[in-house]
Design a binder for this molecule. Structure first.
Ligand SMILES: CC(C)(COP(=O)(O)OP(=O)(O)OC[C@H]1O[C@@H](n2cnc3c(N)ncnc32)[C@H](O)[C@@H]1OP(=O)(O)O)[C@@H](O)C(=O)NCCC(=O)NCCS
Length: 167
């Protein structure tokens, strides 16, 4: 049973392997991170943990049981005033079985119980059908605002978090 874990220092090697193995898959939907991301990975990982400790981001990995294998990452960034931006990516081999949808639902519980969030924002390229399907299934609604995502036309979404899920 996959488990959602808050990002830690010791996740670094498994996270790097996940990003390397799925680099081509991700680049078909979202901008490639570039070679520097991989060579400077350790420094960047430390920087993410510092941001997380400051409370401006909450990073999560979806781990496959005890194997240490990373199946996905689900990140909340720009945390402020009870809101945050959601981003996610799943290993290619883990797609197509509803894992992104179920994990976003699980994340909502964390958002309301642990992070005191009342709304999430997200955006997806118009052409990113899988991402838009996940957002729609998890109750995100388009704001009507168009955004540019690395030169691609994108849609902005928002998801209010229901009061009954708040602490
Ligand atoms: C987007 C992503 C997380 C979806 O993961 P997933 O676990 O496969 O998502 P789910 O199974 O929960 O739901 C995806 C739905 O979109 C559908 N879908 C996927 N690709 C599709 C396509 N090209 N056209 C139409 N529907 C598509 C899936 O079939 C599924 O619906 P179904 O269950 O009715 O078949 C994954 O594809 C991914 O990581 N992509 C690369 C990175 C990325 O795009 N991240 C989002 C950036 S905004």
């Amino acid at each position: 049973m996959p488990e959602l874990q808050r990002l830690r220092a010791d996740h670094a090697p498994d996270l790097l392997a996940f990003e390397r193995e799925n680099r081509v898959f991700f680049a078909a939907s979202v901008p490639d991170r570039g070679d520097d991301y991989f060579t400077d990975f350790a420094t960047r990982h430390e920087a993410l943990l510092i941001e997380q400790a400051a409370g401006t981001c909450h990073f999560h990995l979806l781990m496959a049981g005890d194997s240490g294998e990373v199946l996905g990452r689900f990140n909340l960034v720009d945390v402020a005033d009870g809101t945050a931006d959601l981003g996610f990516r799943l290993a290619e081999k883990a797609t197509g079985r509803g894992l992104a949808t179920s994990t976003v639902h699980h994340l909502f519980t964390l958002c309301t119980t642990a992070y005191a969030l009342t709304a999430l924002r997200a955006s997806a390229a118009v052409t990113n059908t899988a991402s838009r399907a996940v957002l729609t299934r998890t109750g995100f609604v388009p704001t009507g605002e168009e955004v540019q995502l690395s030169g691609k036309r994108g849609l902005a979404y928002v998801r209010e978090l229901p009061a009954e899920q708040r602490p």
